[in-house]
Design a protein around this ligand. Sequence first.
Ligand SMILES: C=Cc1c2[nH]c(c1C)Cc1[nH]c(c(CCC(=O)O)c1C)Cc1[nH]c(c(C)c1CCC(=O)O)Cc1[nH]c(c(C)c1C=C)C2
Ligand SMILES: C[C@H]1O[C@@H](n2cnc3c(N)ncnc32)[C@H](O)[C@@H]1O
Ligand code: SF4
Length: 448
Amino acid sequence: METASLLKKYNVAVPRYTSYPTVPYWDNENFNLNDWKQNVIKTYADYKQEGISLYIHLPFCESLCTYCGCNTRITKNHSVEQPYIDALLQEWKMYVAILGETPKIKELHLGGGTPTFFSAENLEVLITILLQNAELSADAELSFEAHPANTTPAHLKILYALGFSRLSLGIQDFDPKVQFLINRFQTPKEVATVTSTAREIGYTSINYDLIYGLPGQTLSGLNETINESIAMKPDRIAFYSYAHVPWLKPGQRHYTEKDIPVGDEKFALYQLGRNLLTEAGYRDVGMDHFALKTDSLFEAINTQKLHRNFMGYTNQHTHLLIGLGVSSISDAWTAFAQNPKTVEAYFDKIQQGQLPIEKGHLLTDEDLEIRNHILNIMCREKTSYQKGIPAAVQGRLKPLLVDELITVDDTEIKITARGKSFLRNICMAFDEKLWLKQPKTQLFSSSI
Ligand SMILES: C=Cc1c2[nH]c(c1C)Cc1[nH]c(c(CCC(=O)O)c1C)Cc1[nH]c(c(C)c1CCC(=O)O)Cc1[nH]c(c(C)c1C=C)C2
Ligand SMILES: C[C@H]1O[C@@H](n2cnc3c(N)ncnc32)[C@H](O)[C@@H]1O
Ligand code: SF4
């Protein structure tokens, strides 16, 4: 089949599979706080030697980038920093009490919103107090997301002194026309300055986030954005497909759908980016991510250590991931839990001295098996069934096989080079819950 018709066929609403089951399919009714605590305790005990991962959500941003799909709170009032840090520290204390000891941290990520909205001093207080109730494992990886326009040398220095060695800069696009449409501004010069300062201080891995499919994006504009990005030699580049979900993110109604490249046009942007990145020595790692051969994510492919969680791809797999802060998702391997989505609801629960959990899901044995297949597809480009592929899965794989996105033998499914661009669609073949109950309204962004 021609690329154009493949695109039409596979450009449907599909989850991003940062979890299985995906959030809209969680069985919240059969989930409660006590079960959640028990699952955390058990997974912690079962995998104590590997340590835990921590994700901290810092939701504030000074202005809204209209395309943004993240959980944010827009304000220019920095007095919000202190109470939010207090709440995070109380939440952490509750988890430490549940674990019954100070855990070993293998991975710590500050996401957002904009972590660099907070002053360097406040971030120092947060991390210092948090680490009084934790031990950093010798090979711990500490990372944060940063906005090039407000990341100061003080942020970089203080976080480095606390153990941070990786940062991820949001760029999205350098084209002034696109930046105007998405209300997000930063120049290549600002990015170059933050990058070189970080390198001088000692940061060993710098990631840039770019997006294709943004309103007003053209092939020539994207060509320039990518070339300007590559020139600064980031270790990793996340090249995301723009997720258009205006029913969830009304900010996306600030531009009209006529401005958004879709279908063939969007795929051409993806192919251009992919080619430029590959020519510059970046190798694709799973979905959306590219890394230089010197980066640990690249190494993780060869050593089969690549893993995917709510934060994206990582080589630091722990079975327990605790997410602190508004909207954060925690993963105890056998259960998921999500915090409330507004700062107010989150504060309410913390003030009541309760773990701020709003919903969750306990994984069944079937969920766990499917989750493994989806992780294999996302991270290893293949998966296998010891006792043969179930008939239902075989049926759903057939069209993918005909379109040469996969190869299949008795027990194993492998992704072809062509299939790499359709990983989300391939995962869907394993997603029993989605097939059992097709959504009545659109829940997910389109796959391309
Ligand atoms: C730093 C910002 C984050 C981005 N994604 C996440 C964070 C913390 C984590 C995340 N993304 C989604 C979920 C829901 C769980 C799931 O579906 O498996 C979580 C916890 C999914 C999602 N992400 C985006 C949208 C529109 C959705 C809903 C489902 C879908 O339509 O696909 C947008 C989006 N947010 C981020 C990225 C990179 C991204 C799209 C490329 C950042
Ligand atoms: C954390 C990263 O998530 C990406 N990001 C945020 N919102 C969206 C969206 N709607 N579609 C695609 N990517 C998005 C940006 O690249 C940001 O830097
Ligand atoms: S893209 Fe980053 S800075 Fe912009 S609104 Fe989203 S989280 Fe905030």
